[in-house]
Design a protein around this ligand. Structure first.
Ligand SMILES: Cc1ncc(C[n+]2csc(CCOP(=O)(O)OP(=O)(O)O)c2C)c(N)n1
Ligand SMILES: [Mg+2]
Length: 874
């Protein structure tokens, strides 16, 4: 065939294809007139299946719907509230939220604040407060509302109208130590426990927190510890925030667990701190694909009601095409452009679109609302999400960053950090919001509070009363537990020198605790695919692994002692290889006393290396959230964990643990120390209900576990951080004091024997916590400085070592900085031995020599400290 015939044949073929395709689309049109969406979806799924036969599959775009609202106008519910009144209330809140920040700027305190985030989020929050967020009651579990951190001024401004916060508090936004009281910058339960349910300031963590709290609510229901009476978690995040791996990484579990008690709302104002989130693409469409692909129900709120009529007339699809094709950078530009320029850019050279848009004036084109500022559209999407069953919901809401700020910030790249506004900008905003203050008061950014019996305040109070009270809130209604019996772990602690590791000791205690009558049901063992490493696999059968669907298969190890048993009532949370998920579960369980009134006691066992440094920010969030429970760093110690190398060998987690103020950390050497710590932990956290939590390191080295000494009261010493474990056997006062911790205590005991053989009287002190000793001593010093003249408080470390003389050698499997931190309170010179540096793949003995924490090195250090000649033999 020559080239001309060739081209003609190809054209014929192209024509045929176009004709055939048009016929298919026509049939679809006819289907659409005769059948509903459900049937058409069924057809498409069948077609998709058939296409697979020919090796044809859809790409990711199949997960996208057109760029328009997910709830069609025909299905939009009637708005149940008074929109005009709600808008007036919202405007007052907008103004007061802005005024909080402006007053701070005017007072030149330099404390900062944000206006633009709440300005974009105000309407969605208000629709939620007026119609959705319900409080706990006798027959309803209660909603938890996690707000975007930078929108906190809006929550405060609402609480001010509700009468929950004073004007002075608002004035002192970001000045928590002000005399009349102040407000924290972002949601912080630790600072404001009655108001904030969860901390949200670190981007991304609130999603993981919400997902796992929703999951934990189901866990409690399945285990019969909470009535199955609902309660939704509403989590509001930013579109920039959605880039965080904690957001994207926790989506699949929400779908897998069918968390229909979770509604995630993404405020898509198309901007983050520096500029556009996806200038060259569309964040809403991208997130829609990701969420739908992960199995979520996706709602989209993109266009305000003013577009309805236009879309209804868009018979040839020109408008929808343009909506789909414009990128976020274009949409951001439209939010700052004059109307005629928007029209020009929007219509380009499309005559159909030009014609369609003719009915609108330039001003209408400019001010046409995005869906996120339209009550009716938001209500429709919220109601739709609220009714979803068997799936989590996400609502992607398109807004304008800084909406209402006008030229001061609306849609501008600098909007996020805009906190100063000149007089004209203030007046422009206040007038736009209809704030009835004198111009002079507006210039001073004074707060506006309507009369108590005004329609605004009456409506606001009525709405919250109808929904069960103010939101957000955190109300603790949890009864204290009774203390554990003193001899509960007796069989684990009176070991008579039985060989055991501290890990095994703790696991046995845990197993016993799980059987306890009152407390057992509240214990939540959590592991990220590491249970066998810690010898916890025996618990699989004992208490079962939680699965919302039970066990629909026969496990391969059925009938064995540690068979893999999944159950709806299972108690263990096996999180797979997801430390973020596991710590989020710990947070959910450890705050259940506040959210559900049940005193759940999580024990989260992790590879100690993959705790603080992997999820340190989440551990910080746990402290902020007043979380309780036990974090357990297993396979601890840089040299005790032999073979594994520098990525696995932890010699520093205690240094990191010291940075979390409410975390009490211990590095115990013996089973009876663990017993004392665990019982005291339960007493402080669940009997006294103190807002603290615990960190314990446990080791995999097996050695003789001595029974608890009976002649001295070791409990106080164990808890405060130091006690004399073994006195010298020589008939004189000790001249050497060895301070040992954790598994390295074995080397210390051997070193004492050697030193005594050489004639040096040596005492051994067990240091269970350098961190506790350091903190207590620092507090005593601060106390003494502030209470000069009164009798002085003696730090415990000084008191414990009061009658000692000689030299001190401290040794642990952790960094030397730990003993160094208490050196100034020791009555003699200190030599610190520890495991600073990177780990190595080696055996335990070689590692201990390498890091100079072995018996030989301890002896040498002690002899050197006493001024004795160090011989090669020692
Ligand atoms: C982990 C973390 N990284 C960075 C920040 C600083 N930061 C605060 S807000 C913000 C931008 C937020 O953008 P977006 O999520 O889109 O929210 P918007 O304000 O636009 O609603 C950044 C980077 C933070 N708070 N947390
Ligand atoms: Mg944003």
């Amino acid at each position: 065939m020559n080239t001309a015939t060739d081209r003609a044949a190809r054209l014929d073929e192209a024509d045929d294809w176009q004709i055939e395709k048009a016929e298919w689309l026509e049939s679809l049109d006819s289907m659409a007139t005769n059948h509903d969406a459900k049937h058409i979806r069924e057809l498409l799924i069948d077609l998709q299946q058939s296409a697979l036969k020919y090796g044809v599959s859809f790409d990711g775009r199949a997960l996208n719907t057109p760029y328009r609202n997910s709830v069609p106008v025909s299905e939009q519910p009637v708005y149940p509230g008074d929109i005009d009144l709600e808008q007036r209330i919202e405007n007052i809140i907008r103004w007061n939220a802005m005024a909080m920040v402006l007053q701070g700027v005017d007072a030149c305190t330099g404390v900062g604040g944000h206006i633009a985030t709440f300005a974009s989020a105000a309407t969605m929050m208000e629709v939620g407060y007026n119609h959705f967020f319900r409080n706990r009651s006798d027959n309803y579990g209660g909603d938890v509302v996690n707000v975007q951190p930078h929108a906190a001024p809006g929550t405060y401004a609402r609480a001010f109208l509700e009468g929950r916060l004073s004007e002075a508090q608002l004035k002192n936004f970001r000045r928590e130590l002000a005399d009349e009281g102040g407000l924290s910058s972002y949601p912080h339960p630790r600072r404001m426990p009655e108001l904030w349910p969860n901390p949200t300031a670190s981007m991304g963590l609130s999603t993981a927190t919400s997902v796992y709290q929703a999951r934990f609510a189901k866990y409690l229901e399945n285990r019969g510890l909470k009535p199955a009476n609902g309660g939704k978690i509403w989590c509001f995040i930013g579109d920039g925030e959605a880039d965080e791996p904690e957001v994207l990484g926790t989506l699949s579990i929400a779908a897998r667990e069918r968390l229909d008690n979770l509604v995630l709302v993404v405020n898509c104002n198309l901007q983050r701190l520096d500029g556009p989130v996806r200038g060259n693409g569309k964040i809403i469409q991208e997130l829609e694909r990701v969420f739908r692909g992960a199995g979520w129900h996706v709602g989209k709120v993109i266009w305000g009601s003013a577009w309805d009529e236009l879309l209804a007339r868009d018979h040839n699809g020109a408008l929808q095409r343009r909506m789909d094709e414009a990128v976020d950078g274009d949409y951001q530009l439209y939010s700052v452009m004059p109307g005629d320029k928007v029209r020009e850019h929007w219509v380009r050279d499309d005559p159909k679109l030009l014609n369609l848009m003719k009915t609108m004036t330039d001003e209408e084109v400019r001010t046409i609302r995005r869906g996120g500022h339209d009550h009716k559209k938001l209500y429709a999407a919220f109601a739709d999400a609220q009714n979803v069953t068997g799936q989590p919901s996400v609502i992607l809401v398109k807004t304008i960053k800084g909406y209402g700020m006008g030229e001061a910030g609306e849609g501008l790249n600098i909007a996020h950090q805009k906190k100063a506004m000149n007089d004209d900008e203030r007046l422009q905003c206040a007038h736009r919001f209809g704030i009835p203050l004198e111009d002079e008061a507006i210039r001073r950014a004074e707060f506006y509070m309507p009369e108590e019996d005004s329609p605004e305040l009456t409506y606001l109070q009525q709405r919250r009363a109808a929904l069960g009270g103010y939101q957000p809130c955190r109300e603790v209604l949890c009864s204290p537990l009774t203390p554990l019996a003193e001899n509960l772990f007796e069989s684990e602690t009176h070991t008579g020198d039985r060989d055991l590791s501290t890990t095994m000791s703790l696991v046995r205690m845990l197993s016993k605790l799980l059987r306890e009558k009152e407390v057992g049901k509240y214990v939540v063992p959590i592991v990220p695919d590491e249970a066998r490493t810690f010898g916890m696999d025996g618990l699989f059968r004992q208490v079962g692994i939680y699965s919302s669907v039970g066990q629909q298969y026969q496990p391969v190890d059925l009938g064995t002692l540690a068979s893999y048993r999944e159950s709806e009532q299972g108690q263990i949370l096996q999180e797979g290889i997801c430390e973020t998920g596991a710590i989020a579960s710990f947070l959910a369980a450890g705050t259940a006393y506040a959210h559900h009134g049940v005193p759940m006691i999580p024990f989260y066992f992790f590879y100690s290396m993959f705790g603080f440094q992997r999820v340190g920010d989440m551990i910080w969030a746990c402290a902020d959230a007043l979380c309780k429970g036990f974090l357990v760093g297993g396979t601890a110690g840089r040299t005790t964990l032999n073979g594994e190398g520098l990525q696995h060998q932890d010699g520093h987690s205690h240094v990191l643990a010291n940075s979390v103020p409410s975390l009490i950390s211990y590095d115990p050497a013996f089973a009876y120390e663990i017993d004392v710590i665990v019982r005291e932990g339960i007493r402080r956290m669940y009997v006294e209900q103190e807002d603290v939590f615990y960190y314990l390191t446990v080791y995999n080295e097996t050695y003789a576990m001595p029974s608890k000494p009976v002649d001295v009261d070791v409990d106080a010493g164990v808890l405060k951080g130091i006690y004399c474990f073994r006195k010298t056997s020589l008939d004189k006062a000790a001249e050497i004091h060895l301070l040992g911790s954790g598994s390295i205590m074995t080397e210390v005991i051997a070193a004492q024997e050697e030193l005594e053989r050489l004639g040096h009287a040596t005492d051994i002190w067990s240091v269970t916590s350098y961190n506790e000793l350091y903190r207590e001593a620092m507090e005593a010093e601060a106390h003494n400085r502030s209470n000069a003249g009164e009798s002085k408080r003696k730090p415990w470390i000084s008191e414990a070592l009061e009658d000692t003389n000689g030299v001190f050698v401290a040794v642990s499997d952790y960094m030397k900085v730990l003993p160094e931190s208490i050196s100034k309170w020791l009555p003699g010179p200190l030599t610190s031995l520890g495991t600073d540096g990177f780990g190595l793949s080696e055996d335990r003995g070689v590692l201990r020599d390498h890091f100079q924490v072995s018996k030989g090195h301890i002896v040498r250090a002690a002899l050197a400290a006493t001024g004795d000649k160090v011989t090669d033999r020692s």
